[in-house]
Design a protein. Structure first.
Length: 552
């Protein structure tokens, strides 16, 4: 049958199982939006194209499917760039579709023309400029394969307007869209050696990253850690891969990691890194990272192995398969002496002597209690993100949605929109700071318009908290550019959009507000007033070894 390029695109999206797209229309994508009109694909109109990219990102993380966002040419396309880069850094499967000026106007500085394929070359797995409408079905299929295969990531398809309106003959394709992630031969040959190193270790530690979650390998990780009785630490992106309330979980490692996790890494004789890229925020002083340990690195991306940290044994392959095979080769062990040693670094239960002020730990514990731990939590970036990572015990995979590699302020609310659409039955809590919330609070319009009961909890200290903390500790308290003058009243803001909100300053007020918010079937904002100079501690100064933590 004869269809326009835009209609072919929509048919291809349906073949890929796409049920929702996030976007913002404009002249160059009008044919695509017209084709979407009666397609059965749900279109979420965001307040800004950056919000569309982040929402598609959040949707992908929670659903496990490829997220799709759409923007018009020129500024529409460039507004996607931050979201695409965020997905690239955090290995999120995303297909970004942009409109482009007609092919005969390319390279002529036409109205709203920008070389988006050139601009996104470094932040996509691949990108396509469609110059022949007949190639569109093949390109779309290839884009989805690339986005979700191997190490996932974003792919961009740039479609000139005349390609979208050109008629071509189209027949539904039966080419399979899945790609095999079988273990490489080298990985199979190393399973035995890997098991021997683990069985011989007296003080092993597991360090897990977001790759475990992307590989859907949390169950395999759990069985492996249980059988070998190995304590578990995580990167920021690895949180929720292993139950945060499990006795063997020691918390996050790195600059704002737990004292216990950081000390254990410094004393371990074997570090097993699984699905992580060894960020500089993790290792601190590279020469003193895990100084007594042999390091095993398991990852699907060979480019990550040895990039930042020298390893003793590289294992390249699918994490789910490797951990599944490894369980049968390792010995059951109590490792009691090692666990007894670790106890000295575990924190004692905190008792609040003074409830006159809201403390970050109190906020996280109250959120966990109000939702019974059965919620998806998204965050922006800053102090609130680190407090969430430190104090909220994530118990299920894909329940912590945050910007890791790029550190994108403004990510949390649009990501919460995508997460809520992906998992409608789950409560979604957006934890943010007043600085981050100001960046994309316009997406409250999307949440209200789509009737999404997302709860936003603002940790409001009237400043850019993390930057101020660095200024306090390292820049002689010279607070340049970090005081947030002119912030809106966030309660009035959500009410203006048609939602509800309230301001709290004590634990009792917070607990009562959370109960009302959980039962309110519309977006809700809780503005939590916290002390100006509350700090994220412990903290390892940049470039210092992990055992040199600032604790007060």
């Amino acid at each position: 049958m004869k269809l326009t390029g835009a209609e072919v695109l929509v048919e291809c999206l349906k073949e890929e199982g796409v049920s929702v797209v996030f976007g913002y229309p404009g002249g160059a994508v009008l044919p695509i939006y017209d084709a979407l009109y009666e397609s059965g694909i749900r279109n979420i109109l965001t307040a800004h194209e950056q919000g569309a990219a982040h929402a598609a990102d959040g949707y992908a993380r929670v659903s496990g499917n490829v997220g799709v966002c759409i923007a018009t040419s020129g500024p529409g396309a460039t507004n996607l760039i931050t979201g695409i880069a965020n997905a690239y850094m955090d290995s999120v499967p995303l297909v970004a579709i942009t409109g482009q000026v007609p092919t005969h106007l390319l390279g002529r500085d036409s109205f709203q023309e920008v070389d988006i394929t050139g601009l996104t070359m470094a932040i996509t797995k691949h990108n396509f400029l469609v110059r022949d409408a007949k190639l569109l079905p093949q390109i779309v299929k290839q884009a989805f394969k690339l986005a979700k295969s191997g190490r996932p990531g974003p792919v961009l398809i740039d479609i000139p307007k005349d390609i979208a309106t050109t008629y071509i003959n189209y027949a539904q394709s039966n080419i399979p869209t899945t790609m095999s992630n079988e273990l490489t031969k080298a990985s199979r040959n190393q399973i035995s050696k890997l098991a021997d190193m683990i069985n011989e270790a007296q003080k092993p530690i597991l360090y897990v990253g977001g790759g475990v979650i992307r590989a859907k390998a949390s169950a395999e990780l759990y069985f492996f850690a249980e059988k070998a009785n190995i304590p578990v630490t995580a990167s920021l992106m690895g949180l929720s891969a292993f139950p945060g309330n499990h006795p063997s979980f020691l918390g996050m490692i790195g600059m704002h990691g737990s004292k216990c996790a950081n000390m254990v890494v410094c004393e371990a004789d074997l570090l097993i890194a699984v699905g992580t890229r060894f960020s500089d925020r993790v290792f601190g002083d590279k020469s003193k990272f895990a100084p007594h340990a042999k390091i095993i690195h398991i990852d699907i991306d060979p480019a990550e192995i040895g990039k930042n940290i020298r390893v003793s044994l590289p294992v390249v392959g699918d994490i789910k398969d490797i951990l599944g095979l490894l369980v049968d080769h390792i010995e059951q062990s109590s490792r009691q002496a090692w666990h007894d040693t670790i106890q000295q670094w575990k924190p004692k239960e905190h008792i609040y002597a003074d409830e006159a002020f809201l403390r970050p730990q109190m906020i996280m514990e109250s959120i966990f209690k109000a939702t019974k731990g059965n919620a998806i939590v998204t965050t922006d970036v800053g102090q609130h993100q680190m407090w969430t990572a430190q104090f909220y015990p994530f118990t299920k995979p894909n329940t912590f949605i945050t910007s890791g590699g790029l550190g994108t302020m403004g990510y949390g609310l649009p990501a919460a929109i995508g997460a809520k659409i992906a998992a409608d039955a789950m409560p979604v809590i957006h934890i943010t700071g007043d600085g981050s919330f100001r960046m994309t609070s316009n997406e409250l319009a999307t949440a209200v318009g789509e009737k999404l009961p997302i709860i936003t909890v603002v940790l409001n200290n009237g400043c850019l908290g993390m930057v101020r903390q660095w200024q306090t500790l390292f820049h002689h308290k010279r607070y340049s550019g970090t005081t947030l003058n002119g912030s809106p009243d966030f309660v009035k803001l959500i009410e203006a959009y048609g939602g509800n909100g309230e301001r709290v300053s004590t634990l009792i007020e917070l607990e009562q507000a959370l109960q009302r918010a959980v039962n309110f079937n519309s977006p809700y904002v809780i503005d939590c007033l916290i002390p100006l100079d509350e700090k994220v501690l412990p903290m390892v100064p940049s470039g210092a070894p992990l055992n040199q933590m600032m604790e007060e």
